[in-house]
Design a protein around this ligand. Structure first.
Ligand SMILES: *Cc1c(COP(=O)(O)O)cnc(C)c1O
Length: 402
């Protein structure tokens, strides 16, 4: 009986432990410097409780307030809350991309950027990335344009904006729409303007590991009022604003709750200070790692304000007697957490290889997948922890140098 009931214990397939493994983080012990910090403060908790007490739980006034502050913070005219970053991509793609369209996208990054193109019934056309910025290489993208190409999706990976100037020039030359996946890049800038100022639509995620969180949540920004209206329609079952049960489009329920929006508002108000901390931590790490020949430190795209969602180093594997994964294990033994975003190019993911058979290799993306390692850079680190991280990296690198 005891054994039977133990076996019947409900198991959550998305327990925090499982999710940590999914996020690629090393296990956390008290002495370990963690690679992410997702603790909420009293302001977030108070704001959420206030909404809970009000009884107004669904998408309402808090979502509207969150949208207008987020639009202002990112330099966009319109912002629309959604229930996560993946549905933000779907809502941005659906009005812009049609079934059968070819859509340029990077071969390196998180799968959702590409998988939601497939979900739309369109064809992702993978492009290689720049080794230094980790973002789509517009010259490589240009080679892949055909008469069926209608859009380009560029990710601002790790908080570093893509080469927006080159992407937009390419798009203008070929009449392509431009969508940016900024799930990792809230508050990033390009040529002094918020990244929400560029492209037809920009998508964001508020998953707990991102620079700001609502638990689960997402946003789409755009400067096109008609597109904003279309997205609002799709988000809510195609129901015309103010006309209950009058459905004029095939839509979804991708709404955010006011509880989440209240948390998001509090997080957004902290974000400028936290972003400044990330930037200072990144600058300090780069300074401390400058002499470490086995490590390439990250650089921002020219003209971009990087927000260091991740501080991603590349390992010179030719100068080391170990793999990246072994390097990460040795760092963990020094109580320094790290994470591998991402261990495979998107084109190397089994389901992508099956659905979009590769015509040629993606040399840079595939090499990055073997070399990249993300070190802690979040706002919650003390100066002494930054020094410990750099010391541990230097120690492991020198122990394994060829
Ligand atoms: C996190 C992330 C997403 C997906 O966001 P969710 O909120 O987890 O659905 C999409 N693209 C990129 C680049 C991401 O980092």
């Amino acid at each position: 009986m005891g054994a039977t009931s133990a076996r019947r214990q409900p198991v959550s397939i998305a327990s925090p432990a499982t999710r940590l493994a999914v996020d690629g983080g090393t296990p956390v012990s008290p002495e370990m410097i963690p690679v992410v910090s997702a603790r909420l403060g009293e302001e977030e908790i108070g704001a959420a409780v206030e909404v809970l007490r009000s009884g107004q739980l669904r998408q309402g006034r808090k979502c509207a307030e969150f949208e207008s502050e987020f639009a202002a913070a990112t330099g966009a005219d319109f912002a629309l809350t959604t229930c996560n970053g993946t549905t933000a991509l779907q809502l941005a793609y659906e009005p812009i991309i049609g079934p059968g369209d070819e859509v340029l996208c990077p071969a390196f990054g998180f799968i959702a950027t590409a998988s939601m193109i497939l979900a739309r019934g369109a064809a992702p056309v993978f492009c290689d990335v720049h080794a230094s910025t980790f973002n789509i290489d517009p010259a490589d993208a240009a080679r892949r344009i055909t008469p069926r190409t209608t859009a380009v999706v560029a990710t601002h990976l790790y908080g570093n904006p893509a080469d927006i100037h080159a992407v937009e020039e390419l798009a203008d030359r070929h009449g392509l729409s431009v969508i940016y996946d900024a799930a990792q890049s809230h508050l990033a800038t390009y040529q002094g303007r918020g990244i929400g100022a560029f492209g037809h639509a920009v998508t964001y995620s508020f998953y707990p590991t991102k620079n700001m969180t609502t638990g689960e949540g997402g946003m789409v920004t755009t400067n096109d009022g008609e597109l904003a209206q279309r997205i609002a329609l799709l988000r809510d079952h195609g129901m015309e604003l103010g006309r209950r049960y009058h459905h004029v489009a095939l839509g979804y329920n991708y709404r955010l709750t006011d509880v989440s929006a209240a948390i998001g508002l509090a997080q957004l108000r902290r974000l400028p200070e936290r972003t400044a901390r990330r930037r200072a931590n990144a600058a300090r790490l780069t300074e401390l790692l400058a002499q470490c020949a086995a490590v390439v430190t990250p650089v921002a795209t020219e003209g971009a304000g990087h927000v260091y969602h991740q501080y991603t180093i590349r390992l010179h594997l030719g100068r080391l007697r170990c793999s990246r994964d072994e390097f990460a294990r040795l760092l963990a033994a020094e109580n320094v957490g790290s994470a591998t975003h991402y261990p495979r190019a998107i084109t190397e993911q089994p389901i992508i290889a099956e659905r979009v058979p590769a015509k040629e290799p993606m040399p840079v993306s595939e090499q990055l997948a073997r070399e990249v390692l993300c070190l802690p850079v979040h706002h919650d680190l003390a100066e002494i922890q930054i020094e410990r991280i750099a010391e541990a990296v230097a120690k492991v690198a020198s122990a394994r140098s060829t």
